[in-house]
Design a protein around this ligand. Structure first.
Ligand code: SF4
Length: 350
């Protein structure tokens, strides 16, 4: 059976190419990760016999762009087609000098957060490292095509829980930051956002201390958090705070707490007081995001004034709180909506 060339590590290539001159590994690596060669015959600086042998032993698979939706605010939402026909989403967000790619780490998600369209799908499968990397490369190409600029940042905030696909996410980040690859991005420009798995946060701190971390907090106490994020039942706030303190000591980065404001649920003055206590303990900044109403969910979006009032409560307590604009509200903005709209297609592909 053919092996997947884009899952081979450099060490594996060194072994496979041990009869060849040592520079072959670099040549092949650049074809795969810099020039994104679609077939072995196009790798013209490799000997013909080697190209034919590679063709016999390996398959080369890539992610494709299937559909792009453009919002009035310039946000581009992309549906990606995976080599096996499944679908995931990514988003390109131009904002000031920043050009951010938001990518998916799993097809679907096992965590069933009560406000999330992706959570209704369950986990369909893990993404391979190159299926994550390809999203970034394709969004980078789209950024240049539409805006004439390259990506400046990458966030893992699309479909799936990145820390539950840890080894593939780590390898994808290695490719994104590889100076011999197409992107060569600084790890400090990458944010991994987690719903909160304490032991994996510690592992993340050990393996990727230069990469930034955001916690999707969304509620300031265990009772409320468990109602909207079932993962909290096994990873309560005390465990998460301890793990985040560990990350903070290892990385020295400021942690971001993402807080989705759901009208009448987590937006009281008391909620803000509790949230401020957590943020101060962790020396974290808070990003507030007003919930985008989604068909099939009963949560309500807070008004601008309610958002300002909540941010004010936090700032009065000395917390850095930013209200993030909702981007792409006129398209299928919430994570998972676009892929769900294509559910019949996705099911055919399962
Ligand atoms: S919010 Fe994130 S972690 Fe929660 S169900 Fe959706 S994709 Fe999964």
């Amino acid at each position: 059976m053919k092996q997947d060339a884009r899952l081979f590590t450099k060490e594996q290539w060194q072994q496979y190419l041990k009869q060849e001159p040592s520079y072959r590994v670099k040549q092949l690596w650049q074809w795969l990760w810099k020039h994104h060669a679609r077939d072995f015959q196009s790798m013209l600086n490799l000997p013909k016999t080697l190209r034919s042998q590679l063709e016999k032993d390996f398959l080369l698979a890539y992610v494709e762009r299937k559909e792009v939706q453009r919002s009035k605010d310039g946000t581009l939402k992309v549906l990606f087609l995976l080599p096996d026909g499944k679908l995931v989403e990514g988003v390109l967000i131009p904002h000031g000098k920043r050009m951010t790619a938001c990518v998916s780490s799993q097809v679907g998600c096992s965590l069933h957060c009560r406000f999330c369209a992706t959570g209704t799908m369950g986990l369909i499968r893990q993404l391979k490292s190159y299926e994550i990397y390809d999203q970034v490369v394709l969004l980078n190409a789209l950024a240049q095509e539409v805006y004439g600029r390259k990506l400046t940042n990458v966030v893992f905030m699309g479909m799936g829980e990145p820390l539950l696909n840890f080894s593939q996410v780590v390898r994808a980040i290695q490719h994104i930051t590889d100076s011999e690859g197409a992107l060569g991005m600084s790890p400090q420009r990458i944010v991994v956002s987690t719903a909160g798995i304490a032991k994996m946060i510690k592992r993340f701190a050990d393996v990727l201390p230069k990469v930034r971390l955001a916690l999707s907090l969304h509620a300031p106490d265990d009772e409320k958090r468990s109602k909207i994020m079932p993962i909290n039942q096994h990873n309560n706030l005390a465990a998460l705070i301890e793990a985040l303190q560990y990350y903070r000591e290892k990385s020295r980065h400021r942690i971001t707490l993402e807080y989705l404001v759901l009208r009448g649920f987590n937006d009281s003055k008391q909620d803000a007081q509790r949230l401020a206590q957590i943020a101060k303990r962790l020396w974290a900044k808070v990003n507030l995001l007003a919930y985008n109403e989604v068909e099939g969910f009963s949560w309500k979006r807070p008004s601008k004034a309610q958002m300002e009032r909540f941010a004010g409560y936090l700032r009065e307590r000395g917390v850095i709180a930013t209200i993030r604009e909702s981007r792409g509200r006129d398209i299928d903005a919430a994570c998972g909506q676009l892929a769900l709209r294509h559910a019949s297609f996705a099911q055919r592909a399962v």
